[in-house]
Design a protein around this ligand. Sequence first.
Ligand SMILES: Cc1cc2nc3c(=O)[nH]c(=O)nc-3n(C[C@H](O)[C@H](O)[C@H](O)COP(=O)(O)OP(=O)(O)OC[C@H]3O[C@@H](n4cnc5c(N)ncnc54)[C@H](O)[C@@H]3O)c2cc1C
Length: 458
Amino acid sequence: MNAATHSDVLIVGAGVAGLAAASALSGTGAGARVTVVERKPFVGGRAYSYLHPALQERVDCQHVLLGCCTNLRYLAANAGVDDRIRWYDQLNFLEPNGRLSRIQPGAMPAPLHASFDFLRVPMLSVPDKVVIARGLLEFMRGYPLTDGQSFSAWLKRTGQTQRAIKHFWEPVIVGALNDRFENCSLRYAGQVFHEGFLKSAEGGRLGIPAIPLSEFFGEVAKKAEAQGTRFLLGKNVDTPVQRLDGRWWIHLEDESLSADALILAVPFEQVQRLLPPEVDLGLDLSRFTHAPITTLHLWFDREITDLDHAVLLDTGVQWLFNKGRIRRSGAHYVELVISASHAELHESRDEITQSALRELAMFFPAAKDAKLLKNGILKEARATFSVLPGLDAYRPQQTTQCEGLFLAGDWTRTGWPSTMEGGVRSGYLAAEAVTGNTSKFLQPDLPGQGLMRFLAAT
Ligand SMILES: Cc1cc2nc3c(=O)[nH]c(=O)nc-3n(C[C@H](O)[C@H](O)[C@H](O)COP(=O)(O)OP(=O)(O)OC[C@H]3O[C@@H](n4cnc5c(N)ncnc54)[C@H](O)[C@@H]3O)c2cc1C
């Protein structure tokens, strides 16, 4: 018989959702005894980093957040790691000829704070700017409460020009929602523009963790540990069992764990596998689909650009992160991100690299002469779930009809797309549910600034 350890709450999964739930529940408010079991040897879930054995470098797929990610910011601040987020006010859009369009807030009040730069950017013509401004007006007061419409239908209905789509809507939405327009509901696209572009300058600031992600979220785990949370890493959980007295049990190789409450903070495709056969939560998981992200990691012998980050227009690669500069490491390390990389999943690593290097040279002449010292590719086939039109009806709440059983994870009902912020919100909501909603962990949205104090309905 294995040794048995009793806790108040068991959490399966140490991604951002599990970490948020653990940090909330073990904090002074709830003061629960929490145990987190994670099958990987590190925390962070999909927001992870690791020492690449061939490259001998700590690599991760760059994750970014916006100022409006209030719950993620709170989690980071609570763990004292918020100062490792580098904040940028400007977005840089680069055309293949190297022409730069920069959008950043000026002195005007929200929602007009970025309008001065927007009116001047060379990447858009006057007719493009007119249709974009008309489109943004629709998100001024808020965004649709229901998610039945697709963003592609909206683009057509509002008469967006080809260049407005390619140089504005696409970089923002494919970057934020990681799928083709027909697979993105208007609700979530509208949310990105309302919260990130219109409501306040603060909401649209771009935040980039400047340390590898598992180190970043490792600090969150350390804080939870200091509050008494126990972490068991590298332990795969099989089917948990509920005994007649209502307690949940997890049997590991060398230990059995039990608790009054169990939070499954795992991705949707894992939930069905973990649930005991007699537990039917009425989930229709066939409604969920994944979307991939591919990242290229390139080390050069010299600097190819003095920008820290840029959106690359009219090419396969969408974002450049100058990680050597962002991390202040001194290395000439550049990461290129291809969102919604369905095509690249079937291409060889060499094909993807050669094509990306050709594209890079179009934007940055210095890349032509620079020597590539080493490189790697990470293909994440299950990077995010797609916010398909109509999916909200199938996203479950964190409370289930099974006593003592709770769900967390970005895919549960959070009102957010597949993001770290969505993950943290789900963890806080699950933690609130565990306490019978006697504790409040969810942080409020940023308030509207300037004219948006009166105009924003959200
Ligand atoms: C390449 C890439 C780029 C991304 N870019 C961004 C970005 O820029 N900004 C952003 O906000 N979001 C981004 N995301 C999305 C973000 O990473 C996720 O939305 C978020 O991390 C989800 O967190 P989670 O805790 O819900 O799930 P997960 O991170 O998937 O965590 C679930 C955890 O459960 C564990 N687990 C599963 N089954 C078991 C089991 N049986 N036993 C024990 N443990 C188990 C897993 O190992 C994992 O650690 C990106 C994702 C990827 C992959």
